[in-house]
Design a protein around this ligand. Sequence first.
Ligand code: ZN
Ligand code: ZN
Length: 176
Amino acid sequence: MRIEVDRLAETGESFAHTYGPDELSLEDEYARLKGETQVSGRASGKRDEVSVRGEIKGTVEVACDRCAGPVAVGLEIEFNAAFVPRERAAGLTENVELQEEDLALSYYEDGAVDIDELAREQILLALPLRQLCREECRGLCPACGKDLNVVQCSCQQVEIDPRWAALADLKKEEKP
Ligand SMILES: [Zn+2]
Ligand SMILES: [Zn+2]
């Protein structure tokens, strides 16, 4: 979805789009849309500056940090972004006023704001840095790569057994 800037009213206009799971790629190896994602909001323009505020509702599937299995993350994002033409990017780096914390400044090209790109960025920003399929996920064996939630491989025991054996020896020595 794109919003043409030269036709945009200063009073603003509403937009809404429901993305199917394959309609918007997050361009991230470990995250993809699951089910429908609703993006809606209002855009207004003043000369060549555009402000867009709205919300995103949907579910993203990410990979578990330990076992790489799928984890569904529900998202409800409110965003508030400002856009200026790409050509003005160079002059703006010194403009401190535009670096307010809650106002993300972005650029648009070819006279239109790309809502797909905005939604993708907002979703990726909102994703948790670490995500586990469940708190007690046992992850993958670092030696053989097997999913330890599913199988108990033999290499893990070989690694851990000598240490336990040493502890057991100490305990024995403590006894009179
Ligand atoms: Zn896991
Ligand atoms: Zn193993």
